[in-house]
Design a binder for this molecule. Structure first.
Ligand SMILES: [Zn+2]
Length: 317
């Protein structure tokens, strides 16, 4: 009896480290919430993901903290966006890439699909998550990076990616349907900064940001004056604030229009560069976009389902 349990224990002890090693989740650190979500969706139980930027955090301005650096030195894989989104961390990631596995997932998107911008010379618009069709490509890049880090889980990652991509396709179709229900002359999106270019291109909306592609650029008084004229001339009545950008310049815009006797309301708060609270539907990529699509279409005059695409949005958005 004693002998038997001794051998059983021995066999168990011998098997233990191997099992533990094979089953320890891959440690992934991701910069934005959107990338962290993609890694969680594709990685499933095989990954342990830490997102560096929480709700309301502006990636254009973000700098790594001491605890971020600790997390990254312990990670098996580090995913960042690239395309100059994390402008303050660009150098840091290039340095880190010499020592760790670091992948800029948005840089895998074919350059012909990216938007250039006048006030952003030699760079592309980084806000690719605003188009579900483009974000698909980023999810595939995340899948590739996870697979390279742990080839033995390739089949699981592929199966998870397929499920998530199907959800994203459903989201893209929902967006097409409800945004096309907005009266044509209302298809103008006025926001705090120029984050919605890919959204506009995908759904046929004109997009006017007070600030440029980066929140680090200054919103000039001239720009606000021009936008006020546009709003008044075209009888537009709704503008949108962003969860990760101060609404100060939006207030100036509304006051400017008011001084000309034109009443403008806030159509809602959009998730531009950061997602909602972790653990909520809006704290996932699909929920974030569902929220934006539903709020925009609803505020600009379409009939939209109360709780969005699949009835999961928080009430009272
Ligand atoms: Zn932005």
């Amino acid at each position: 009896m004693i002998r038997r349990s001794f051998f059983a224990a021995l066999a168990f002890a011998a098997a233990m480290p191997l099992t533990a090693w094979a089953e320890a989740p891959l440690k992934v650190v991701a910069t934005t919430g959107m990338i962290a979500d993609a890694a969680r969706q594709v990685g499933g139980d095989q990954v342990e993901v830490k997102g560096l930027m929480g709700p309301g955090v502006d990636p254009h301005a973000y700098r790594q903290t001491r605890s971020d650096i600790v997390a990254m030195t312990r990670a098996d894989l580090i995913l960042w966006h690239g395309l100059y989104l994390e402008a303050q961390m660009e150098e840091f990631f290039h340095d880190l890439g010499r020592k760790r596995t670091v992948v800029a997932v948005a840089e895998g998107v074919e350059k012909s699909k990216l938007r250039a911008h006048d006030d952003y010379a030699d760079k592309y618009d980084p806000h690719v998550w605003m188009s579900p069709v483009l974000w698909r490509d980023v999810v595939v890049e995340v899948q590739k990076a996870l697979t390279e880090a742990r080839p033995e889980e390739a089949d699981i990652f592929a199966a998870n990616a397929q499920v998530h991509l199907a959800e994203i396709d459903q989201l893209a179709a929902y967006g097409k349907q409800v945004l096309a229900a907005v009266p044509e002359n209302n298809r103008v999106l006025v926001t705090a900064h120029d984050a919605f270019g890919y959204f506009g291109a995908e759904y046929g909306y004109e997009v006017l940001g007070i600030q440029g592609i980066s929140t680090q650029s200054e919103a000039g008084l001239n720009r606000i004056g021009t936008l006020v004229d546009t709003l008044v001339d075209r009888k537009l009545t709704a503008v949108f604030v962003e969860s990760s950008v101060s609404d100060r310049s939006m207030r100036a815009l509304i006051e400017g229009a008011d001084a000309k006797g034109h009443d403008i309301g806030i159509g809602g708060e959009l998730y531009s560069d950061a997602m909602g609270e972790p653990g909520t539907y809006e704290g996932t990529y699909v929920g974030m976009l569902d929220h934006n699509i539903t709020v925009i279409a609803g505020a600009l005059g379409a009939d939209v389902p109360d709780r969005g695409m699949s009835g999961k949005l928080s009430a009272g958005f």
